[in-house]
Design a protein around this ligand. Structure first.
Ligand code: ATP
Length: 293
């Protein structure tokens, strides 16, 4: 038997860090939503008790360090599954880009193996398993749009933002999320974005206000380390994107665009100096992910 799962990328419409906790994690407030740029996972049963990962890209680990491997191992151990699985990752999401590609693969593996092996693990339990794998994994299991608090694992579903185009651009630099958080001085953050105002903007379906409330405190760190990311932001703005922000710890920058007619100019302008550019739509609802759980 063979099954397929889609693992979409996430963007942060706002990301705030409140303080560093005694357990070393940062207390965050983030509003996350998914975009239609996705890895595709193919999972098939193996008669032997083993986990095998493959991918068409050569620059991610395919051993026990791969997040899909970790997810398969966790579900096998916790539910005493003695069957094996072969997982092929068709990677489309840029790696180490602030788009939660690895977390989304882990989430898709949990959803997929729950189906493949007929485990009937309830949604809440799957979310708890996800939290053991990484702070972004629970959101990647549920999809949709959510306010994430705690270390990012406590989720409150919110309304979908007004539909628009999302142009994503990633420069050829790899940013380590741990490094960016390590360099952040949470007491010295100059401007905190507001989750409350962003939720109000989303609920009132005001695209203009959503663009106005975009904010990410990690930009202070990443833009200083890589001034070319700041330049990319400015270029996207100049080319006509309505709202521009860095996603997660970067380096991917995204631009929200309401008018389809503006997209080719922005896309082509960025392609002039940046190889990885994507123009996609928001994935507006969580239901298409949840129905597989
Ligand atoms: P986040 O936004 O959650 O910080 P990210 O988009 O910045 O994530 P990922 O693409 O998840 O980063 O990759 C982070 C690291 O995880 C990479 O260095 C990569 O080698 C490793 N990794 C492990 N498994 C995967 C996977 N399935 N896909 C991509 N990267 C993976």
């Amino acid at each position: 038997m063979k099954i397929y799962e889609k693992a979409p990328a996430k963007i942060n419409l706002m990301l705030d860090v409140l303080h560093k906790r005694s357990d070393g994690y940062h207390e965050v407030e983030m509003i996350m939503t998914m975009v239609d740029l996705a890895d595709r996972l193919e999972m098939s049963e193996l008669p032997r008790d083993t986990i095998i990962i493959s991918s068409q890209v050569g620059y991610i680990p395919l051993d026990e360090k791969n997040l899909a491997f970790k997810a398969a191992k966790l579900i096998k151990e916790r539910y005493h599954v003695t069957k094996g699985v072969y997982i092929h990752l068709d990677k489309k999401i840029p790696v180490a880009a602030g788009l939660a590609g690895g977390s989304s693969d882990a989430a898709a593996t949990l959803r997929g193996l729950n189906r493949l092996w007929g485990l009937n693990i309830p949604y809440e339990e799957l979310m708890e398993l996800g939290a053991e794998l990484g702070s972004d994994v629970p959101f990647c299991i549920s999809g949709g749009t959510a306010l994430a608090t705690g270390r990012g694992e406590i989720l409150t579903e919110i309304a979908s933002p007004p539909q628009c185009w999302v142009v994503l651009a990633k420069l050829p630099i790899n940013v380590s999320t741990a490094d960016v958080y390590g360099r952040l001085r949470s007491t010295e953050i100059k401007q905190h974005p507001s989750a409350k105002s962003m939720i109000e903007a989303i609920e009132s379906k005001s695209f203009h206000n959503v663009c106005g409330e975009l904010g990410n405190v990690l930009e202070e760190v990443t833009l200083q380390m890589y001034p070319e990311v700041a330049h990319l932001k400015e270029t996207m703005q100049k080319l006509g994107a309505d709202g521009v922000l860095m996603s997660g710890s970067g380096p991917t920058v995204f631009g929200l665009v309401s008018k389809e007619s503006k997209v080719p100019r922005i896309y082509n302008g960025l392609r002039g100096f940046c190889k990885e550019v994507y123009a996609v739509r928001l994935l507006s609802s969580s239901l298409d992910l949840k129905k597989h759980v």
